[in-house]
Each structure stands twice: as structure tokens, then as C-alpha cells.
Write a protein that binds this ligand. Structure first.
Ligand code: 3EB
Length: 343
């Protein structure tokens, strides 16, 4: 069997456009902030634009997921995908206005198509999912739309006989003002190692106070990339201790609590691999609910990580609604380091 390895690189959109997408083939790319004009580099079809307002000053950035091997493209149902011998990056956009379905059903349908893609495409294991939910905190007829999303997502996992507890993928779920339910995902041939945070109740065990169905995600996932490197994919991380949101209304305290949670996830990951993951060496995406809070979030991150840390220099900050209306900030991140998973 052909061996292929996966790499991820965060580039400024300007640099990507200037250099073209060289060095392997593009499986998928997530773009933060948009840039008009310029030539379309190779792999542009695979660029998914996160249509959130950019609050960091580095300009538009793109996370490019590349394969060392050959990439083929395909479609199944509403999913578009790109895959190599070991990895698959996919995308699905479902618009409720164009389907006569409630939001729970739209969410179930999207995940049903994702699982069909994985099962038939030979890359069965979901590692990381990016969920963009239109009007996430809006009312969906008696139930908040994020809670409807959770119900549909969990239902699809159960119907596909996928793990809804230990073994769930890493994920994030952010709000968009309008548009379709947009999901991007990374899958592989090998099962990832799920990571939890001992400071928090696992999200898949949240009590019913947060909705009839618990969210289906792990705090992080570890994956061996196939060339002596390991990826740590950290889910959206917020100011939650146990299962409760803490520091309502205090964005600085929420940011500090989020950093404690990120550190706890990294500590927990380091017991499962020998790669030297460090909170100062992450590629972060920082979601801030209120753009006016961005300077306070940045200041708090500088105090704890240092302005010259990789994590701050490379951070992308964007506006987005967060899945609980009392959360003001959420940070997701990934890192790749030399090492191996422990048995
Ligand atoms: C939390 O810890 C905050 O529903 O997929 C973070 C990451 C959150 C992923 C999801 C939700 C999700 O519960 C919210």
C-alpha cells in the first residue's frame, strides 16, 4: 500500500497566493478572513472560507492540510472530499432554506452523509470536525439551535454505530450570522487517540441542563502522521470547569480559565505520546463573541504566553458566536511534533 503522510501549515493568504500551493497536494484548507483578487493557487478548490470577521492584524490566514502523496477528489451525497492513501478531508454545506427540514434533521442529514463518505471511502475514522452553525444561539422553536444540532449530530453517530462517548472526534462548533450549516472534517485510516481534560466533565457526559442530547466530541485527538510526527488536534476550549461556564461577563477571567483548560488538555495528551507539545507552540484560532473584547483577550494571552511566543505570533482571532450564550471566548488549536503515540 502506498504510504502518505499528512502535514499542516498556517500561511498568510498573501504568501500562499504568491507561492502557489507547492510541496505536496492539498487535501483541504481552512481560510480565516478573505482576500480579494490575486491568482488562485493550486488547490484553491479545497479552500473553505470561514466567513467570520477577522480581528487579528496579520491579515487573512489559511491552514493548509497537505498530503505527501497523490490526492483524488470526489463527491458522495452532499459531501465533497479529497483523499490520499490514508487521509480524507471533506466538506458539507446544507441550507435549511433549501430543504424542507428542521435544524435537528439538517444536522442529522449532514452527519449521515459524512459517515457514508467515510465508510465507503475507506478512511473510516473521524479525527477532527469543524462545525459552523447558523444562528447557533437562536431559538429553534422551543429548543436552542445548538441543542437541536447536538440532537441531530448524536442521532447520526448512533445510527452509524459510531462512538458517542470515548472515541468521539475532536471538534469545534461556532456560530455564523446566516448561511448553511457548514461542516469540515478530517478522517483517517487509523483510529485517533482521544484525549479528555480532568478539569472538565467530558462533553459527551454533560447533564441534561445543557440540552436533551450531549455534544459528541472529545477534548482533543492525537494522530500519528506517518513520518515520525504526531498531531495534537485540540477542540474548541472555553471557560468551563466541571460542566459549568465560569466567570460570566468577565472576558479576561474567561481567557485565563481557557488557558488553564488548554494546559490541562496538553498535559493529558502528553501522557499518551512522547511528543513535546507545549502551550507556547500551538497554531490557535481564537473566537471572540464581541469584537470589542478582542484587545482584552489579546492582552491576557500576551501576559500568559508572551508576545513573541509561536502561539501568539501565529494566532488567528475572529468574531464568532460561541455555543453557550454565557461564553465570551473560545480557543481551538493544533500542533505537530516529532514523536510517537504510546501503546
Ligand atoms: C464546551 O466545552 C464548549 O459541540 O462540537 C467546544 C468544542 C464546544 C466543540 C461541539 C462545543 C463543541 O462545551 C463548546
Amino acid at each position: 500500500m502506498e504510504v502518505s503522510s499528512l502535514a499542516v501549515q498556517r500561511l498568510s493568504m498573501a504568501r500562499w497566493q504568491a507561492a502557489g500551493a507547492s510541496g505536496g497536494d492539498v487535501l483541504g484548507a481552512l481560510a480565516y478572513g478573505t482576500m480579494a483578487g490575486g491568482p488562485a493557487p493550486r488547490g484553491s478548490d479545497q479552500v473553505m472560507h470561514i466567513t467570520a470577521r477577522l480581528l487579528s492584524d496579520g491579515g487573512p490566514q489559511v491552514d493548509v492540510w497537505r498530503s505527501s502523496g497523490e490526492v483524488e477528489a470526489g463527491r458522495s451525497g452532499d459531501v465533497r472530499w479529497w483523499r490520499d492513501a490514508n487521509w480524507l478531508f471533506g466538506t458539507v454545506d446544507l441550507d435549511e432554506a433549501r430543504h424542507d427540514m428542521g435544524f435537528e434533521e439538517i444536522s442529522r442529514r449532514a452527519y449521515k452523509d459524512i459517515f457514508a463518505t467515510l465508510t465507503h471511502g475507506g478512511r473510516p475514522h473521524l479525527l477532527r470536525v469543524w462545525n459552523y452553525v447558523p444562528r447557533i444561539n437562536g431559538d429553534g422553536g422551543g429548543l436552542e439551535r445548538y441543542r437541536q444540532f447536538n440532537a441531530g449530530r448524536q442521532q447520526a453517530f448512533l445510527e452509524a454505530r459510531r462512538p458517542v462517548l470515548e472515541g468521539a472526534p475532536a471538534a469545534c462548533a461556532l456560530g455564523t450570522p446566516s448561511g448553511p450549516l457548514s461542516i469540515r472534517f478530517l478522517a483517517g485510516r487509523a483510529e485517533p487517540v482521544p484525549v479528555e481534560n480532568p478539569r472538565q466533565v467530558s462533553a459527551y457526559r454533560y447533564p441534561r441542563d445543557y440540552g436533551p442530547s450531549a455534544p459528541t466530541f472529545s477534548r482533543a485527538a492525537l494522530a500519528s502522521l506517518g513520518d515520525g510526527r504526531v498531531a495534537l488536534l485540540i477542540s474548541g476550549t472555553a471557560s468551563i470547569v466541571g460542566h459549568a461556564s465560569v466567570h460570566p461577563g468577565d472576558v479576561r477571567a474567561q481567557t485565563r480559565e481557557t488557558l488553564r483548560n488548554l494546559q490541562a488538555v496538553i498535559d493529558s495528551a502528553r501522557t499518551r505520546c512522547n511528543a513535546p507539545f507545549d502551550i507556547g507552540a500551538l497554531d490557535c484560532v481564537v473566537y471572540v463573541r464581541d469584537p470589542a473584547d478582542a484587545p482584552a483577550v489579546r492582552e491576557t494571552l500576551v501576559q500568559h504566553l508572551g508576545a513573541s511566543s509561536h502561539s501568539l505570533r501565529n494566532a488567528v482571532v475572529v468574531q464568532a458566536d460561541i455555543c453557550r450564550s454565557d461564553l465570551l471566548v473560545e480557543i481551538e488549536a493544533h500542533a505537530v511534533a516529532a514523536g510517537a503515540l504510546l501503546a
